[in-house]
Design a protein around this ligand. Structure first.
Ligand SMILES: Nc1nc2c(ncn2[C@@H]2O[C@H](COP(=O)(O)OP(=O)(O)O)[C@@H](O)[C@H]2O)c(=O)[nH]1
Ligand SMILES: [Mg+2]
Length: 309
């Protein structure tokens, strides 16, 4: 196995995408690292991959660290595979220990970034989708903006919680009740889950004809995994029948366009270019209060054509 060349010729990107479309896991891995490292070929690779995406059910898993997301995903991968489905996994948290259930090559630990989910995370989802995965699971770290972000990108968002022990009053993180399509109460082997389940049941509302189910699981023992897989499949069916899937795809497309606008603008003002020098000059002007930052931004946008990246 040869490493990805620093400057792969155009044909080799095409070659990689061709083998990806035939389901080749090694090509998937190579394409994902090419995209993550933001190699010059990444733009071409993404453009070649995109027309072949849109088939997989993208399922996001969110919840506090240690709640059992990785353990549940491991179990689910095995369950869906036993039903004859192909599953890819993208983990934003590179420490996620996927064992057994996930075969090397279709789990990709993509690096997260401070603001939430890296752009590359969803490019990786696209690669696994184009490869022919029926489902793509995305595990988030459950911190910062990542819950909201995953919900606006996934077809199905699974929120994982676990019962607390002792006399503590368990409160939900703000916004968590609005984003889930399926709720999981994991670690029921530890007991004390009835209050949490009742609380969730009381607070969750039906939205657009879908009432989020609450599934009790014990990931280590493999309890409730079939129920969870069933709920995920049922949600896919609901999305198809209600037109919700297209609605979500359009919302995601909006986000992705905006992100790429951002990416292009950043490239445009990057050092060394003509606009890079305009940028330097404007920064001086803002620092010395000759112009305000908003006016500087407008000026920069008018300063010339975007340099292709
Ligand atoms: N008792 C119990 N422990 C669990 C269960 N699921 C996961 N764990 C443990 O909880 C810890 C965190 O699990 P992990 O899947 O890595 O959580 P994540 O951070 O949400 O991905 C690990 O030590 C798991 O073995 C469960 O159902 N019951
Ligand atoms: Mg994890």
């Amino acid at each position: 196995m040869s490493p990805v060349p620093q400057k792969a010729p155009r044909d080799s990107v095409r070659g990689l995408v061709d083998s990806l479309l035939e389901g080749d896991k090694r090509s998937a891995g190579k394409l994902i690292s090419l995209i993550e490292d933001d190699e010059p070929e990444a733009v071409e690779a993404l453009a070649r991959i995109y027309p072949h995406t849109g088939r997989a059910q993208v399922v996001g898993f969110t919840g506090p660290p240690g709640v059992g997301k990785s353990s549940l995903i491991n179990r689910l991968v095995r369950t869906f595979r036993s039903h004859g489905k192909t599953v890819g996994v993208v983990a934003v948290d590179p420490t996620s220990p996927y064992t057994g259930g996930a075969v090397l090559g279709d789990r990709m630990a993509t690096r997260g970034h401070a603001g939430g989910l890296a752009l590359a995370t969803f490019d990786a989802v696209g690669v696994l989708d184009a490869m022919g995965s029926d489902l793509v699971f995305v595990e988030t770290v459950g911190a910062g903006q990542s819950e909201v972000e995953i919900a606006s990108r996934a077809h199905t968002t699974v929120v994982v919680e676990m019962p607390l022990t002792g006399d503590v009053v368990q409160t939900m993180k703000a916004g968590i009740l609005e984003i889930g399509d399926v709720y999981v109460v994991n670690k029921v082997d530890l007991g004390n889950e009835d209050v949490l389940v009742a609380n969730l049941k009381f607070q969750l509302e039906t939205r657009d004809g879908w009432t989020p189910p609450i599934i009790r699981t014990a990931a280590l023992e493999g309890l409730g995994i079939e129920d969870l897989a069933g709920a995920i499949s049922k949600h896919a069916l609901y999305l198809d029948q209600s037109g919700g899937r297209h609605k979500r795809d359009v919302a995601r497309a909006r986000l992705e366009i905006l992100e790429n606008v951002q990416r292009l603008l950043i490239h445009r003002v990057s050092e060394g270019s003509r606009s890079g020098r305009t940028f330097d000059k404007l920064a001086e002007d803002v620092a010395t209060r000759r112009i305000d930052p908003h006016a500087a931004a407008r000026k920069l946008l008018r300063s010339g054509p975007a340099t292709e990246s």
